[in-house]
Design a protein around this ligand. Structure first.
Ligand code: CTP
Length: 406
């Protein structure tokens, strides 16, 4: 909960501005107060009326508005907040912030504020990658501006890449993390695995898989947002490190295995990584040359340690709640039930990864949660929503245990 914390939300002019309406709702649902400033470009994307309705406050836009200045000066507006959030933050507003340009109310407030500023960039991938933007970002980071995102994905303009605004729920989580409100999982320690593993064939080649890491990263962010001290152990992905989460990068299943064990004991473990079942037994330190083989080289595979299975049987350091994933292409729930028993974990999340489902690497998922009490079929949801619902479910589980012990 945000306990009446005051957020000054600056909405700049990008297509993602419509998502800031959702952000206003999230912040208010969680007990925060939002006062909004709309740049003139943002007013082309969303109306002051919808912003005013959702924030239940007047919306500020003009620098030299006589009524606004007499009621509340622009300096006061920026000082009255507990945190300033710019979402979406366009390349233009980031550039103005970096160079101290104050030519409208939003940028004047940003120059005048004495509060921390959190920005959620949103722009086309090329604009994000442009040296000018990257230099501005680096400058702003040295001034302790907090960056939330951007994320990678398909953009409104049709291109794909880094530059999408992160989801409103994630921005909310970062805001709540900023204020470090003790969440329902405060005092709990969580380990989350995410992404694929790469199994080396030689120094340049590997066997990998298509896991994007979206679901695992979202779960780590959600658990952390609820107050859990969270470590994310991830294979190679393009996902951004969730704010406030200790992120450990690994490549192979063996590295993942070692990293997970080194973070025990923990209360919660969620194994969302798509760990390679096998690695190459005859991997070499030198690049395999085509010319030295008359036939394609024969790769010998040996089994990797099963991290989920091992965690479930680790003895007194065993996390109190272990959640695994069952990636299936057929007889989803039936196979997942068997997997839950074989692996010895407490809960398992079954999902359909057949190519037709589009879930592997996609933004949404249809899952079934198998627990000790039965199977829950969840409707198709965005991976962030799944993560939040799961984190809430985990928090409820621990609350029930503590109540039972009282
Ligand atoms: N898992 C793991 N270590 C491995 C293999 C899998 O921790 N070496 C975990 C995954 O993170 C996931 C669960 O086990 O939580 C199930 O992974 P999945 O690939 O669905 O199952 P497998 O055990 O590999 O079985 P199969 O490939 O035969 O379906």
């Amino acid at each position: 909960m945000l306990d009446d914390k005051r957020i000054l939300l600056i909405i700049s002019g990008g297509i993602a501005a419509y998502k800031s309406l959702e952000l206003i709702r999230r912040v208010r649902e969680h007990g925060g107060k939002v006062r909004c400033v709309l740049t003139s470009a943002a007013a082309n994307f969303i109306t002051p009326m919808s912003v005013a309705t959702l924030s239940e406050d007047r919306v500020y836009g003009e620098l030299f508005s006589l009524t606004a200045e007499s009621e509340i000066g622009h300096i006061k507006l920026s000082r009255d907040a507990d945190l300033v959030v710019v979402a979406p933050a366009t390349a233009n507003i980031l550039a103005k912030m970096a160079h101290g340009i104050a030519d409208d109310l939003a940028t004047t407030l940003l120059l005048a504020t004495d509060k921390d500023v959190l920005v959620a960039p949103a722009m086309n991938v090329r604009m994000w990658q442009h040296a000018a933007t990257q230099e501005n970002v680096a400058t702003l980071k040295t001034r302790n501006i907090i960056f939330s995102g951007p994320a990678e994905g398909k953009m409104a303009c049709g291109e794909y890449g880094l530059g999408k605004m992160i989801e409103p729920q994630q921005i909310y989580q970062e805001i709540s993390h900023y204020f470090s409100m003790p969440g329902p999982l405060a005092g709990r320690r969580a380990i989350v695995t995410s992404g694929p593993t790469y199994e080396a064939i030689d120094p340049v080649r590997y066997i990998g898989n298509r896991s994007s890491g979206k679901q695992g990263h979202a779960i780590a962010a959600a658990l952390s947002g609820m107050g859990a001290d969270t470590v994310l152990i991830t294979g190679p992905t393009n996902q951004i490190d969730p704010y406030g989460v200790e992120t450990v990068r690994i490549e192979s299943a063996l590295e993942l295995h070692a990293a997970v064990l080194s973070y025990l004991p923990a209360d919660i473990a969620v194994c969302a990584a798509a760990v390679a079942d096998w690695r190459i037994a005859n991997a070499t330190d030198r690049k395999i040359k085509k010319t030295s083989h008359s036939k394609p080289p024969q790769l010998k595979l040996i089994e990797n340690p099963d991290v989920l299975h091992e965690l479930s049987a680790v003895g007194e350091k065993r996390p109190k709640l272990i959640v695994g994933f069952a990636a299936e292409t057929e007889q989803i729930v039936k196979n997942a039930k068997k997997k839950r028993e074989n692996k010895g974990c407490d809960w398992i999340i079954a999902n359909n990864v057949s190519p037709s489902s589009g879930t592997f690497g996609g933004d949404s998922n249809v899952i079934h949660l198998l627990t000790e009490t039965g199977t829950e079929d969840w409707p198709e949801m965005d991976k962030t929503e799944i993560a939040n619902r799961l984190a809430k479910r985990i928090a409820d589980h621990f609350r029930n245990i503590s109540q039972a012990m009282e």
